[in-house]
Design a protein around this ligand. Structure first.
Ligand SMILES: C[S@@+](CC[C@H](N)C(=O)[O-])C[C@H]1O[C@@H](n2cnc3c(N)ncnc32)[C@H](O)[C@@H]1O
Ligand SMILES: [Zn+2]
Length: 353
């Protein structure tokens, strides 16, 4: 933890600022506080700092379901810690109409940062300050991957009860609200951490076109895979990833090329399979693992996603059906930003037609 994090951290019980207790240990070069404690300036609650990360989660406040999700994903990110260069393009594809130019110079909050792959993207895109929060063991992987970056702060915290001051220019959450007991509460909490001109982007699994997952995969995930220990789960996910890899690379890709000259129908789940055919086997193994590990996975409809924004008091979002199987949404409290993003979104969609 860098001392500068104190500008952004707030007590999860009373929202007051926190102070560093004397007697902490720093890293060799003195830039990081590795072990120590924070104390709330209001209610006096103490938060440990261990392995460089302030631990601002309280089991009495977070739901058991969210804590369990954090634990499961902690193992998953530990099994797949790699930062791939393709994440940059994938990130901006997920959160379009947001661009690298939009992010430049901003204070950014990554809600449910996992192994920190998108914090790395934000740093490359020129964000001024990036705060990454995750509820579980993934936060240690994030700290190892990006904690050394000078403008990055890594905190263990719950998206439903963020230990963060309301100062973010831009908060985003990718693939996280769908693993929370209440995605609406997660978004409402994010909305409280952006300022009065701030913006929010999210990406979640969609209900539409995913009936085959909710009918066939979810019961298997709930009864079997989410209960497996990390080693066996990695073997099961690897076995299931193999046909996905072969199908996406050696059937869907050539099929799509053929469609340019021959009027062939689209294959099952074609858009998504084509999308992941860009990745190597390790990444497809990770994507499959990610689907199977989650104890909670919500598949939300367009209307549900819209209702979360309404409930959080945010302007109606720009909604995009991503790969015909998930929802990307953007909203801003700054009407000019929202209008500019609507225009950009329309322009991007027009190029696809
Ligand atoms: C599918 S992963 C996505 C991680 C990251 N956003 C990415 O795209 O690489 C979901 C992450 O959300 C975290 N998570 C789940 N519930 C959470 C909560 N209530 N608060 C904070 N993080 C949470 C998990 O620990 C996990 O790392
Ligand atoms: Zn307090």
């Amino acid at each position: 933890m860098k001392p500068g994090a104190l500008d952004y951290l707030r007590c999860i019980h009373c929202s007051n600022s926190v102070a560093l207790e004397p007697g902490y240990d720093t890293s060799g070069d003195g830039t990081e506080i590795v072990t120590g404690a924070l104390k709330c300036n209001g209610c006096g609650v103490s938060y440990a700092i261990t392995r460089g990360v302030p631990r601002m989660v309280d089991a009495a406040v977070s739901t058991a379901a969210d804590l369990t999700s954090g634990e499961a994903f902690g193992h998953a990110w530990r099994a797949f810690p790699r930062i791939d260069k393709r994440y940059y393009r994938q990130f901006f594809d997920w959160i379009s109409p947001v661009t690298p130019e939009f992010v430049k110079g901003k204070t950014v909050l990554d809600c449910g940062c996992g192994k920190g792959r998108h914090i790395n993207v934000m740093a490359e895109a020129g964000a001024e300050v990036i705060i990454g929060v995750d509820i579980g063991g993934a936060i240690d992987v994030a700290y190892e991957n990006v904690g050394h970056l000078p403008n990055v702060h890594i905190v263990q915290g719950d998206v439903a009860n963020l230990p963060i001051a309301p100062v973010a220019d831009f908060a985003y959450s990718l693939g996280v609200l769908d693993h929370m007991l209440s995605p609406a509460a997660g978004l409402a909490s994010m909305a409280k951490r952006i300022h009065d001109k701030g913006s929010i982007a999210i990406w979640v699994y969609g209900a539409e076109n995913n009936g085959w997952i909710t009918t066939f995969i979810n019961p298997f995930r709930l009864a079997v895979t989410s209960r497996l220990s990390p080693g066996p789960l990695k073997m099961v996910s690897g076995t299931m990833a193999t046909p996905v890899y072969l199908w996406s690379h050696f059937v869907v890709r050539p099929w799509k090329s053929l469609q340019k000259s021959v009027p062939l129908p689209s294959l099952f789940y074609q858009d998504y399979m084509l999308y992941i055919s860009d990745f190597d086997f390790t990444e497809i193994h990770h994507i499959t693992h990610d689907h199977l590990v989650a104890p909670v996975a919500n598949y939300s409809s367009q209307n549900e996603v819209r209702s979360w924004f309404e409930g959080a008091g945010l302007p109606a979002p720009i909604l995009r059906w991503h790969n015909r199987n998930s929802w990307a949404a953007f909203s801003s409290r700054d009407p000019e930003v929202l209008q500019a993003m609507k225009d950009r979104s329309a322009a991007v969609e027009a190029t696809k037609e």
